[in-house]
Design a protein around this ligand. Structure first.
Ligand code: MRU
Length: 348
């Protein structure tokens, strides 16, 4: 089956696959300006940390569209775009990594009198290609951890749809499958946005990898029955100093159950999802609209007037993580600062 691109650039616009409509409709949204990109990130047209980062980078490019000679408002527009885009979702570090990088490059290009739009567009295209390449390398490093005949549990969607292509956690599963191993996947549905049931299942089906969807609250029970060989998840932010992993709400529960039943839990993430500065208490965990919890498929499911809590991510401590798979190899959660040299090659 045809593999869809999560996003692409064409004739001065960014096209985003509208993931809210999947698996039933494959439709792209055209973004002509940075505000549209910000709206798309906030409303989860595009989601998944690496995909959000690259979409954000193109958002800054859109703010630099040429407006004739001596564009006096360009720098102000770039800063406004950066702030607007960064205010959309607070947890995935790729968003901040990508926007800050674009702003820095824009300032350098302005100082040198270069064409800012062309410079930033080249960089966004490079980021998009680098993301796919990083995921393929993660897959290559990770596939050795998945034994032939495994049943692998993943969570949320850390596949091609959460990235520019190939995927991180799902990339590892896919690489193991492509290497000829027999792999079966268990997919918790991932309430409230159902990224597992809608998106991961959609990707596995296209890839021809056998799977079953389970409700989130079945996970511990299937582990207790010996039905899970290992768990592979993605990350919205890996805290390199402490080894904590921030990922979709529910990951912490899976990690605790996995440790209890002696099942390894692997995290697959590119360096663009690493935070080399912050500690867990310094990271803002996104809280989304409570209607996402109070409704199901657009219908209210709780008594009117009920309140809810809607934390979008949780924090898994390093002692529950067996290893972190990156494009530079497989690391222990206690040794992630060794990767800093690859993340800051220019000494920034
Ligand atoms: O709220 P989402 O769908 O953006 O959350 C996505 C996740 O939690 C993924 O596991 C994470 O971003 C890694 S994607 C390669």
């Amino acid at each position: 089956m045809r593999e869809l691109r999560t996003l692409y650039w064409k004739n001065g616009s960014l096209y985003l696959l509208d993931q809210r409509l999947l698996p039933h409709r494959e439709r792209y949204i055209r973004c002509r300006g940075y505000r549209e990109v910000a709206r798309a990130i906030r409303s989860m047209v595009v989601r998944g940390a690496p995909a959000i980062g690259v979409a954000a980078a193109y958002g800054v490019v859109l703010a630099c569209k040429p407006r004739g000679r001596g564009d006096a408002g360009l720098e102000r527009r770039i800063m406004e775009a950066a702030e607007t885009i960064k205010s959309t979702r607070p947890t995935a570090v790729n968003l901040f990594w990508a926007v800050d990088r674009m702003v820095r490059l824009a300032k350098e290009a302005l100082e040198r009198g270069e064409d800012v739009y062309e410079t930033l567009l080249r960089e966004a295209n490079r980021m998009a290609e680098a993301d796919i390449e990083a995921n393929r390398r993660i897959g290559e490093y990770g596939k050795g951890l998945i034994p032939d005949g495994s049943t692998v549990m993943t969570y949320c969607n850390a596949g091609g749809l959460a990235t520019v292509g190939y995927g991180t956690a799902l990339g590892v599963i896919r690489a193991a499958h492509e290497s000829g191993k027999s792999i079966f996947v268990l997919v918790p549905e991932t309430r409230p946005k159902l990224q597992g049931a809608r998106l991961t299942a959609y990707e596995l089906r296209k890839l021809g990898i056998p799977y079953k969807i389970i409700t989130d609250n079945m996970a511990a029970m299937v582990m207790s029955r010996g039905l899970v060989s290992c768990i592979v998840v993605g990350a919205d932010r890996v805290l390199a100093r402490t080894g904590h992993v921030i990922n979709k709400i529910g990951t912490l529960g899976l990690a605790i159950a996995a440790r209890y039943f002696g099942i390894p839990l692997y995290v697959a993430a590119p360096l663009s999802s690493f935070d080399f500065d912050k500690r867990p208490e310094e990271v803002k965990i996104e809280e989304r609209d409570t209607n996402e919890v109070l409704t199901f498929a657009g219908k209210i499911i709780a008594p009117r007037g009920s309140d809810a809590m809607n934390l979008a991510f949780d924090i898994t401590p390093p002692e529950l993580v067996s290893a972190v798979i990156t494009e530079y190899g497989v690391y222990e959660p206690g040794g992630l600062m060794l990767l800093e040299k690859y993340a800051r090659p220019e000494g920034v």
